[in-house]
Design a protein around this ligand. Sequence first.
Ligand code: DAT
Length: 176
Amino acid sequence: MARKNPNIVITGTPGVGKTTHAEQLARATGFQHLSVNQIVKDEGFHEGKDEETGSWIVDEDKLLDHLETLPLHTTGGYILDWHACDLFPERWIDLVIVLRCDSTTLYDRLTARGYKGKKLEENMDSEIMQVLLDEAREGYKEDIVVELRSDSAEDVEGNLERIEQWVENWRKDREG
Ligand code: DAT
């Protein structure tokens, strides 16, 4: 069945602005915001926390089984917000936004959130080495992966305008 609305992944290193973008985009489009980390926590799709980094050890099979029960691939209109993207089957996804952030800015955001030691270091390295961008490029067709900056509030505003325009075009293309 053809989807009426597109599904959009918003990914990037923790702190780049995924939640900020996903919440505002959900409000503007009426799409459903899926905070995957929240689902993992709420539904217990994990095997506890990694002792060193404090990150959830995700049970990907359970998570994927749960996502498959949602009308994601039939009706569409979901915004998937997660610091990984290689789990979502390509056939579900129409657009992958990879948010990027300046290192100094990200450092401030992560320390404000209480990240320190190995967790802070690993996430800073991940952003500098563009790990999520590479993951997105490896997992999806080149033309659906879009890298956007998220340093300032103006960036958020501009990005949202761009994504909303993209959604409108996506719909128009399918009407014709
Ligand atoms: P994520 O969901 O990627 O972990 P977030 O949306 O929770 O990130 O943002 C982390 C913090 O940084 C939060 O206090 C909001 C702020 N922030 C995010 N993107 C921003 C931007 N482009 N300009 C200014 N502040 C931003």
